[in-house]
Write a protein that binds this ligand. Structure first.
Ligand SMILES: [Mg+2]
Length: 441
C-alpha cells in the first residue's frame, strides 16, 4: 500500500503513481438482454428486436448473429425464413429499455465518482488503483449488473477513451477474458500486437471515408495509426484525427463529459445511437430533457436562475457543428414549461435542418432554495403559478413517463399509439398492470 497521495489534474486524490483508468461499461446486445430479463425463455435462443412499426432488425442476440440475421434487415422480407430458423422477434419497448438503462447508470455510479453516460447502454467511468485492482472492480461491476438488474455487460479498460473502446471489443471477442479486458495489464509488446490485429476503420472516431484515405497512406491497423506522424495527420484530417492518434498512444485527450446533479448544477445530456436531423425531432428531445432536468431540480427542492442548452454533430465527422446557448430566467424557476419554451426560443434558431445531430444536453445552474422563494408569497406579490412540474411528476409516477409530456414530447404519445408493435413485451418495470407475475408451487 502506498503511503503518499497525489492530486490528479481533476483535483481528486488517489494513492500511488497509477494514473486513473477509463473503463467503458457496455451492455451486451442491450435491447435483447432487456427482453430476456423478464422472459427467461428467450435465454440461449436467437432473438431479434425490431424498429418502430416492426420495420427492421435493430438488435440481435449472439445466436441470431450466428444464424446470419443481418442488422437493419427488413423484417417483412426475412420473417418467414427467420421463423423457420427459430428466431423470436420482439417489437421495440423503449420504455422498458430506458428504465433498465437508468437503473444501470445508477448502479455504476456506486463504483465511481466520474461517469459519462455515453448512450443508452454505455457509460464511461473513471477507476483508480493498480491494474489488478481496477480489473477486480470491473469484475465486481459485471457481477452486480447481472445480479441486481439481470443485465450482462462487457468492460474495456485503458488510459484513454479510444483505447477503452478498443479493449471493449476485445472483451467481447475472447470468452477467456470473461467480459473484462484491461489493456493496463498487458506488456507494451502485447498492446502493440492487439492494436495490430484491429483494423483502423474499427477504431472509435475513424469513419469509413477517413479509413479509406488512411489505407491510401499505408495505414491499415490501429497500430499503424498510433505510430503515424500525428502532426502530418492533423494537417491532412484535422485536430480530431490527431487526437485519435494521441489517444491510441494512451494520452487521455477526451475528458469525461460528466452529468452532474448536485447542489450547484444539473446536467442532462445523451448521445444518440442514430443521429437525428430534423428540427422537430430535436425539439422533441429538448422537451424530454428539460422535463428530466426540471424533475431533478424539484427533487432537491431548488429553483434555477440559469439554463444552458447544447446540440452537436459528431466531432469525428467533417463540418462538425456545435451550438451552445445560455440564458437567464426572469425569476428563478423549476417549471419545465418555461424551461422548454426558453430552450426552443434560444436554441431553435441555431439548429440547422439536415445536420446529423448526435448529442443534445440541458443544464441548469445558479440555484436557490424553493423554500426561500415560497416565503415571499406571504406578501402576495407573486402571481400564483400553475404548478405544471409537480403535476407532471405525479402523473408520470402513476402512469409512466410516456403518457404525458410537454410540447413535442406530448405528441409522441399519439405517434406511439399509432405505431405497429405487434410483438411488444410488457413494460414490466414502469406499469403496475404489466408487472410480471410469478407462480410458486
Ligand atoms: Mg452494447
Amino acid at each position: 500500500m502506498s503511503s503518499h497521495t497525489v492530486s490528479s489534474h481533476t483535483g481528486s486524490s488517489r494513492t500511488g503513481s497509477q494514473p486513473p483508468s477509463i473503463a467503458i461499461v457496455d451492455a451486451n446486445n442491450f435491447y435483447v438482454s432487456c427482453e430476456r430479463i423478464f422472459d427467461p425463455r428467450l435465454e440461449g435462443k436467437p432473438v431479434v428486436v425490431l424498429s418502430n412499426n416492426d420495420g427492421c432488425v435493430i438488435a440481435r442476440s449472439q445466436e441470431a448473429k450466428t444464424l446470419g440475421i443481418d442488422m437493419a434487415a427488413s423484417w417483412q422480407s426475412i420473417a418467414a425464413e427467420a421463423a423457420a430458423k427459430g428466431v423470436i422477434a420482439r417489437s421495440s419497448n423503449y420504455e422498458l429499455y430506458g428504465d433498465i438503462s437508468a437503473r444501470c447508470v445508477e448502479l455504476l455510479g456506486r463504483f465511481t465518482s466520474s461517469q459519462e453516460v455515453y448512450s443508452i447502454d454505455e457509460s464511461f467511468i473513471r477507476l483508480t488503483g493498480s491494474a489488478e485492482q481496477v480489473s477486480g472492480i470491473a469484475r465486481e461491476i459485471r457481477v452486480a449488473t447481472k445480479k441486481m438488474i439481470g443485465l450482462p455487460v462487457s468492460i474495456g479498460i485503458a488510459s484513454s477513451k479510444t483505447l477503452a473502446k478498443l479493449a471493449n471489443r476485445g472483451s467481447k471477442s475472447s470468452a477467456a477474458l470473461q467480459g473484462v479486458c484491461n489493456l493496463g495489464s498487458y506488456a507494451p509488446a502485447q498492446v502493440t500486437a492487439i492494436l495490430a490485429s484491429v483494423d483502423a476503420s474499427d477504431v472509435w472516431g475513424i469513419g469509413s471515408r477517413t479509413a479509406q484515405k488512411l489505407a491510401g497512406m499505408g495505414i491499415h491497423t490501429a497500430a499503424d495509426l498510433r505510430d503515424t506522424d500525428a502532426v502530418q495527420l492533423r494537417r491532412r484530417f484535422g485536430v480530431n484525427q490527431e487526437r485519435v492518434v494521441q489517444e491510441l498512444r494512451g494520452v487521455d485527450c477526451l475528458p469525461l463529459e460528466e452529468e452532474r446533479s448536485d447542489r450547484e448544477q444539473i446536467q442532462f445530456s445523451r448521445s444518440f445511437a442514430v443521429p437525428i436531423s430534423t428540427v422537430a425531432e430535436l425539439e422533441e428531445v429538448l422537451s424530454v430533457y428539460t422535463q428530466r432536468a426540471a424533475a431533478r431540480l424539484r427533487e432537491q427542492g431548488s429553483l434555477a436562475r440559469m439554463m444552458g442548452c447544447t446540440a452537436s454533430t459528431s466531432p469525428f465527422r467533417d463540418n462538425h457543428v456545435s451550438h451552445a446557448v445560455s440564458l437567464a430566467f426572469p425569476d428563478p424557476t423549476d417549471d419545465p414549461v418555461q424551461m422548454y419554451r426558453a430552450a426552443i426560443t434560444a436554441l431553435g434558431p441555431q439548429l440547422q435542418a439536415g445536420q446529423q445531430y448526435v448529442r443534445v444536453g440541458v443544464s441548469l445552474y445558479e440555484f436557490s432554495s424553493r423554500d426561500s422563494h415560497a416565503s415571499l408569497d406571504i406578501f402576495g406579490t407573486a402571481p400564483a403559478p400553475f404548478a405544471a412540474g409537480a403535476v407532471l411528476d405525479s402523473i408520470a409516477a402513476k402512469y409512466g413517463q410516456e403518457n404525458l409530456g410537454l410540447g413535442r414530447a406530448g405528441l409522441k404519445t399519439n405517434r406511439a399509439w399509432t405505431m405497429r408493435r405487434e410483438m411488444v413485451s410488457p413494460r414490466a418495470t414502469t406499469h403496475w398492470d404489466e408487472l410480471i407475475t410469478v407462480a410458486a408451487k
